[in-house]
Design a protein around this ligand. Structure first.
Ligand SMILES: *Cc1c(COP(=O)(O)O)cnc(C)c1O
Length: 381
C-alpha cells in the first residue's frame, strides 16, 4: 500500500530522481537584488535591503515593528532577553518543537517547563496550560510563581507546528491573566493566519525564521515582530552590539550581540517575500491534493489545518496507526529516494532538558511516535 503513496509523491514531483522534504524556490527577483546588493558594496550589517525587509514584513503581517536578525534562534534569544527572562527564571513551552526554542531559553540561564500540545494543532494546548497553572502556580506581586520550585514563570513560547496555528488567542488570555509574557515561535508559520490575523502578531513578540528549509529563506535569517516600540528599540539595540548611536564614538551601554541580518541575506529575503503569497497558494494546493489522496489510504491520516485558520502548510504530515507502520513507511520512502522524516524527539527526552518539569504530556507522546513529514516543496514551474 505504501507503494501507492510513493508513486503518488513521485508523480506530484514529476519523477525527480530524489525528492527532498523541502527545497527553496528562487523564481523572482533574487538574482537581481543580490547583484544590486553586491554592486552597492553594502553586503554586510547595514544596507537598504535590511530596512526594506523590515518595512515590508510589517506591512505584510500588520505588526508595527520588525527587527531582522541573523537567524531564528538569535531572534528567540533576544526576545526572551527583552521579556526580562533571566537566570533561574522559568519559561513554559511545548516539548514537541525544534530544539532551537529550548536552546534559546537555556542561553538566558532559564529552564523550560513543558506543557502538552493539542492533538489537532500539534501546538501548545490552552487547556493543558490553564490546568498546569491552576494546579502548580500562584500569583504574587504580579508575578507567576511556580509552587514546586519557587521560581518565576516569566514567559511562554508556544510554537505553530509545521505552519498550523495553535489556539493562540486563548493562550494569550491565559498568559495575560497570569502575568506571563507571550513570545510566539512563528518560525514555521510565516504566512499563516489564525482568525484572519497573521501568526506572530498575537503575542507581545513574534519570532520568524528564514533558514534554508523554511517557506521563504534568506539563506540564514530571522526576525522579531512586535507592536511595542520600546521592545522593538531594545531588540534592535541588543542585536547590534548595544552601540549607542553616534557619528564616531564607540560606546556600548550593555553586553550586546552581533545578531544582525547581513544586507546580502536581506536582498535574497526581500525577493522571497515577494513570492510568499504564491508559495502559500501553491503549498495549500499541494496539501489539498494530499488530503484527497490520503483519504483512501488505510492506516494513516493526513494532518489538516485546524479550524478557524489558514495554514501555510510549510510541512505536510501524516499520522500512522502505530509505530511499526510508521517505521515501514520511513524505510520504504527512504529506499525510493523520497525524503520523509519522523517528528522531533520530545525535548524532555534530550539530555540537557531531561530534568525539566513537565505537565501531563499524553498528546505529545502520542504524536511523537506516529507523525511523519512528507515532501512539501512549493511545486510549480
Ligand atoms: C527553524 C526553527 C527555529 C530556528 O530557526 P533558525 O533560523 O534555524 O535558527 C526556531 N524554532 C522552530 C520551531 C523552528 O522550526
Amino acid at each position: 500500500m505504501y507503494e501507492d503513496v510513493i508513486i503518488f509523491i513521485q508523480e506530484v514531483y514529476k519523477n525527480k530522481e530524489f525528492i527532498p522534504l523541502h527545497e527553496p524556490k528562487f523564481i523572482g527577483n533574487e538574482k537581481k537584488y543580490l547583484n544590486e546588493c553586491i554592486d552597492s558594496t553594502f553586503v554586510s550589517s547595514v544596507g537598504k535591503f535590511v530596512d526594506e525587509f523590515e518595512d515590508k514584513i510589517t506591512k505584510y503581517t500588520g505588526a508595527k515593528y520588525a527587527v531582522a536578525t541573523s537567524n531564528g534562534t538569535s531572534a528567540l534569544h533576544i526576545s526572551l532577553l527583552i521579556a526580562n527572562v533571566e537566570k533561574d527564571d522559568e519559561v513554559i513551552t511545548q516539548p514537541l518543537s525544534f530544539v532551537a526554542t529550548c536552546n534559546a531559553i537555556s542561553y538566558c540561564g532559564a529552564s523550560p517547563v513543558f506543557i502538552d500540545v493539542d492533538k489537532d494543532t500539534m501546538g501548545l494546548s490552552p487547556s493543558s496550560l490553564e490546568e498546569f497553572l491552576k494546579n502548580n502556580t500562584e500569583i504574587k506581586n504580579n508575578q507567576c510563581i511556580n509552587n514546586r520550585t519557587g521560581k518565576v514563570i516569566k514567559a511562554c513560547v508556544p510554537m505553530h507546528t509545521f505552519g498550523h496555528p495553535c489556539r493562540i488567542d486563548e493562550i494569550k488570555d491565559i498568559c495575560d491573566n497570569h502575568y506571563i509574557f507571550l513570545i510566539e515561535d512563528a518560525a514555521e508559520s510565516v504566512g499563516s493566519s489564525y482568525k484572519e490575523k497573521y501568526t506572530g502578531t498575537f503575542g507581545q513578540i513574534g519570532v520568524m525564521s528564514f533558514n534554508g528549509n523554511k517557506i521563504i529563506t534568506s539563506g540564514g535569517g530571522g526576525c522579531i515582530v512586535t507592536d511595542d516600540e520600546y521592545l522593538a528599540k531594545k531588540a534592535k539595540h541588543l542585536t547590534t552590539t548595544a552601540k549607542v548611536p553616534h557619528k564616531w564614538d564607540f560606546y556600548h551601554d550593555t553586553v550586546g550581540y552581533n545578531y544582525r541580518m547581513p544586507n546580502l541575506n536581506a536582498a535574497l529575503l526581500v525577493a522571497q517575500l515577494e513570492s510568499l503569497d504564491n508559495f502559500v497558494k501553491s503549498k495549500r494546493k499541494l496539501a489539498h491534493m494530499y488530503e484527497e489522496f490520503f483519504f483512501n489510504i488505510p492506516n494513516c491520516d493526513f494532518v489538516k489545518e485546524p479550524d478557524g485558520c489558514k495554514s501555510n502548510y510549510w510541512l505536510n504530515s501524516v499520522i500512522f496507526n502505530n509505530k511499526q507502520q510508521r517505521d515501514e513507511f520511513l524505510n520504504k520512502t527512504d529506499a525510493n529516494n523520497v525524503m520523509t522524516r519522523p517528528i522531533w524527539t520530545l525535548m524532555n527526552k534530550l539530555p540537557m532538558f531531561e530534568h525539566a518539569q513537565c505537565g501531563d504530556l499524553t498528546n505529545s507522546e502520542w504524536l511523537e511516535g506516529l507523525v511523519v513529514n512528507i515532501p512539501s516543496s512549493a511545486n510549480y514551474e
